[in-house]
Design a protein around this ligand. Structure first.
Ligand code: ADP
Length: 638
């Protein structure tokens, strides 16, 4: 009966991913098992934050006279350690949802990471938000007693051995909050030693904003951690070590931060900010339900995690804390949007972060390079979204180029400083990878004249390049689009082109007819040196790579016809011209024209429209060539 199910004891299976996770926790993780304590304390602290926040707006919840705190008790005889908080607690259904059945976003990513990594390290746990299960690394069984504040529901008792199931039933608890009791494994009984637990709290949870009580060796409860928020202290008094610990303990940072910005604003607006630029991107940087970002506090009261209104999306890699004196405590997600205080803080933070990145780029290029490799594509989004800071962002973006190796990046400024004195524009090529663009026929004339070309190979570059448009008075020009105008640099090619245009006029028309429906025009090129032909887009049309990206995103893209450019000085074209002059109807011409077109597609990383027809053409050609170059006939070696 539903009623019994809601109050009596229920046995339930863990959800599949949860089971896999538990299995890993118990059997595959063997380093840093002690992080279970950090995870439980962090959950307790979150529960206290939630209570404080809900009590501001929900009259059914009174945070009461009890001091919000975390209490840890150890029992040497029973070999148990208990972590208690008087936070928000959970209803029976919340227990089932949160730590039993519902797949959590981090679980899958965690499992993927773990299975690929032999050196399983428990440090991954916090990063993926699958912390609670870490209790089973050290316990034979775990009991959780919890009561939800303001719900009027009785307490719920959850118990499990961390295998495939758990039980849940009604219980009693004085007041709201949660107790987690761990029945320690024999070999993990060191966690009943007071000194051990104390040192773990200092190591992993020192900056938790609520007091953590632990009985000393005389049985008297003492606060173990420092509770004054780190961001409230003057920067001069905080050590690097403390910043790092705060990053790990409060912001769930798992890497070495690249840069730390700690500021206090006083005057018209008062707030503190402590921001970190990480060195590694979290697994969910591109997910909408990202967990970490900037936490918002108002007068030291936690308001929310990952407050997206505080920073633009393109700076979402930043983690940290902002604590405002000017916002009302009962601010909600809805009222945050367009809030003038938030808007002003955001503006200053953006300025500070961009300023810091500029400083890194100028003074610590190696550090900046690390940043760029990790977050470059994200920062580039700013060029599309933040017009106000475009100038600054233009100094911060980096690209690979024909001038450097795949590990080198250039700024636009550096590119300009290397431009040939007679060069007017900045040239770029877009494509799927360095390997593809590097070998592109479109680069031939640039190589021959030592003109540097930027390689735009991030998917986002196609969008970004339109936003850059020009830099330092120089236009950005695609080497694959429009009429190539190299100015004085291309004089020689232009003269040759004019001559060939007359000579090739008729053949060009014939080619255009053969490729009717596929190409819009056939032009004599100035781009090519070694290749016979290539495809280009019209100046304002969508480039081939952009088209491919749009299709990959499921967009319907109008089929745009492109221009086939032919190299009149290439032997193939010269031969074709000779054949055409002798017999304008020569049937071989048709086959060759199709082949030239198909090869041009392949060279750009595109698909040929009819692969079977393509291979038939190549085979026919091979047949002819092999027959001509001495077919020895059937072998006859007895
Ligand atoms: P995370 O804390 O990263 O979300 P966990 O596996 O540690 O992942 O916890 C799962 C969920 O269980 C939490 O998000 C929270 O909703 C709930 N929870 C865990 N511990 C507590 C607690 N002490 N009080 C209230 N809720 C808790």
């Amino acid at each position: 009966m539903a009623d019994t199910a809601a109050t009596g004891q229920q046995k339930m299976e863990f959800q599949t991913e949860a089971k896999q996770l538990l299995h890993l926790m118990v059997h595959a993780l063997y380093t840093h098992k002690e992080v279970f304590l950090r995870e439980l304390i962090s959950n307790a602290s979150d529960a206290l934050d939630k209570l404080r926040f809900e009590s501001l707006t929900n009259p059914a919840i009174k945070s009461g006279s009890d001091e919000p705190a975390i209490h840890i008790k150890i029992d040497k005889t029973a070999k148990t350690i208990t972590i208690s908080d008087n936070g928000i607690g959970m209803t029976r259904q919340e227990v089932i949802d949160n730590i039993g059945t519902i797949a959590r976003s981090g679980s899958k990513a965690f499992l993927e990471k773990m299975t690929g990594d032999q050196k399983a390290d428990s440090n991954l746990i916090g990063q993926f938000g699958v912390g609670f299960y870490s209790v089973f690394m050290v316990s034979t069984s775990v009991k959780l007693v919890t009561k939800r504040a303001g719900s009027g529901e009785p307490a719920a008792v959850w118990e499990s051995k961390g295998e495939s199931d758990f039980s849940i039933e009604e219980g009693t608890r004085e007041g709201h909050g949660t107790d987690v009791v761990l029945y320690l494994k024999e070999e993990e009984s060191t966690y009943v030693e007071e000194w051990q637990v104390r040192s773990l709290i200092k190591k992993y949870s020192d900056f938790i904003a609520f007091p953590i009580y632990l009985p000393n060796d005389k049985g008297k409860e003492e606060v173990v951690n420092q509770t004054k928020p780190l961001w409230c202290r003057p920067a001069a008094e905080v050590t690097q070590e403390q910043y790092k610990e705060f990053y790990e303990q409060v912001l769930a940072g798992f890497d070495e931060p690249l840069s730390i910005l700690h500021n206090r604003a006083e005057g018209i607006m008062e707030y503190s900010s402590l921001l970190y630029i990480p060195s590694k991107s979290p697994f969910d940087l591109f997910s909408l339900e990202r967990k970490h970002g900037v936490k918002l506090y108002v007068k030291r009261v936690f308001i929310m995690d990952n407050c997206k209104e505080l920073l633009p999306e393109y700076l979402r890699f930043t983690r940290g804390v902002v604590d405002s004196e000017d916002l009302p405590l009962n601010i909600s997600r809805e009222t945050l949007q367009k809030n003038p205080v938030i808007e002003k803080i955001k503006k200053t933070l953006v300025g500070k972060i961009l300023g810091k990145l500029k400083e890194l780029a100028e003074n610590e290029p190696d550090t900046y390079k690390k940043f760029w490799q990790e977050f470059g594509p994200v920062l580039k989004e700013g060029l599309h979204m933040d017009y106000e800071n475009k100038e600054q962002l233009l100094e911060l973006v980096r690209f690979q180029s024909s001038n450097g190796t795949k590990d080198e990046f250039t700024s636009l400024k550096q590119y300009v400083s290397r431009m040939r004195s007679d060069q007017k524009d900045i040239y770029y090529i877009t494509g799927e990878s360095r390997e593809i663009v590097e070998k592109s026929p479109h680069l031939e004339v640039f190589k021959s004249k030592s003109i540097e070309v930027l390689f735009l190979i991030d998917p986002i570059d196609e969008w970004v390049v339109g936003d850059i448009y020009n830099y330092d008075g120089k236009q950005l020009k695609s080497v694959m689009q429009g009429d190539l105008d190299l100015g004085d640099l291309g004089k020689e090619e232009e003269d040759a082109k004019k001559k060939s245009e007359t000579k090739f006029k008729k053949l060009s028309e014939r080619i255009k007819n053969i490729l009717a429906g596929r190409v819009k025009e056939v032009h004599i090129t100035t781009r090519l040196k070694d290749s016979p032909a290539c495809l280009v887009s019209e100046a304002n049309a969508m480039g081939a790579h952009m088209e491919k990206l749009m299709k990959a995103m499921g967009q319907t893209v109008p089929e745009s016809k492109r221009i086939l450019e032919i190299n009149a000085e290439h032997p193939i074209l010269m031969n074709m011209h000779a054949r055409y002059s002798a017999d304008p109807k020569d049937p071989d011409l048709e086959e060759w024209v199709h082949l030239l077109y198909e090869q041009a597609l392949i060279a750009e990383g595109q698909m040929v429209p009819d692969p079977m027809a393509y291979s038939r053409r190549v085979n026919n050609l091979l047949m002819k060539v092999s027959a001509k170059t001495g077919n020895p006939g059937p072998t006859d070696d007895k």
